[in-house]
Design a protein around this ligand. Sequence first.
Ligand code: NAD
Ligand code: UD1
Length: 322
Amino acid sequence: MTKCLVTGGAGFIGSHLVEACLEKKSKVVVLDNLSTGRKENLPLSDSGVEFLEGDITDRALLRNIKNQHADLDYVFHLAAVPAVPLSMQDPVNTHRVNFQGTLFLLDTFKDLALKKFVYASSASVYGNPNRVPVREDFLPVPLSPYGADKLAGEHYLRIFNDSFNVPAVACRFFNVFGERQDPSSPYSGVISIFFERAMASKNGINSSLEIYGDGKQTRDFIYVKDAVKAWLHLAEEPGIRGEVFNVGYGSSTSILELAHKVREVLGADIDVNFVEPRKGDIKHSQAEIQKLRDTGLDFDYSFDEGLKRLAEYLEVKVQSES
Ligand code: NAD
Ligand code: UD1
């Protein structure tokens, strides 16, 4: 039986990863400070999950975890301040968590015989590239402290892979969406916000979809179950290490198109408003995914299937709550 440490495991992507690890009969230790994650996202009773509430910047805590779990096979590192705008408002705190936290984890767990250390990087490392789709070997020029810290984390992963024999891989996630993505903050993922507002409007609450800028900016949205499938595939392939992989579908959707799709999939007649563009916002983002495909990975879903599944999940949730 394998054992995984999942940082940020009470969050959106982390909780789906925990679920997938449990399906593979792994033991799972979750480290999360619950800043944006929620315990309710985790199956805690009798599931094999040990939940530790704490911070990845607490080095003494990390050392204790290492001593108590010296038999760890995998470190899956997702804990982060996950929003670009928050990093523009408070670059120092973002750096402390997103960069220092990553370094502390690498440094603490480098002595264990890990099968893999997997890191949640981001498409934001690319900034505004000369052309899309973006390939892993394009020169990254991040536009935000968030992107810069994710990129610095990738460099440290490679250094620990090459010089300290930590088998490490970074997933450059594009825009991940799906069940349990929290819509409650203005910095939440756009799909979670649009779905929440469209559901409210369907239920008679006055609401609108706000688009920052002209809505022509594009994103490569990937359904969370496929993002997690890619992550575990890269973790479990022993020959893959010291590398960075784009994790998206390789497609591109404008925010305006997204607004129409959300209205359509939920059958919601909701207005769309245009407001000021967001600072640090990337214009176009689309992944080239040949490198990922060459590892033998196939996805189980598509963007439209993911949207449909999310709509069904939310409809059932609303019914069960009313
Ligand atoms: P999330 O906010 O749901 O998850 C982040 C988790 O980390 C939360 O549970 C939070 O409580 C925890 N956390 C934050 N700071 C912590 C700290 N100092 N110590 C311990 N735990 C801490 O966000 P998510 O969307 O699930 O993102 C997960 C990871 O994937 C992040 O690293 C994010 O940057 C990255 N990512 C996400 C996307 C996306 O589209 N959602 C895209 C690219 C990269
Ligand atoms: C997202 C992730 C980030 C990740 C990056 C990788 C979240 C919260 N952020 O950032 O962790 O590293 O993808 O590509 O998941 N928008 C609107 N109206 C809204 C909300 C957003 O028009 O109500 C627009 C934004 O201006 C942006 C686009 O939608 O152009 C996507 O925004 P958002 O979902 O916040 O994601 P990213 O900033 O791309």
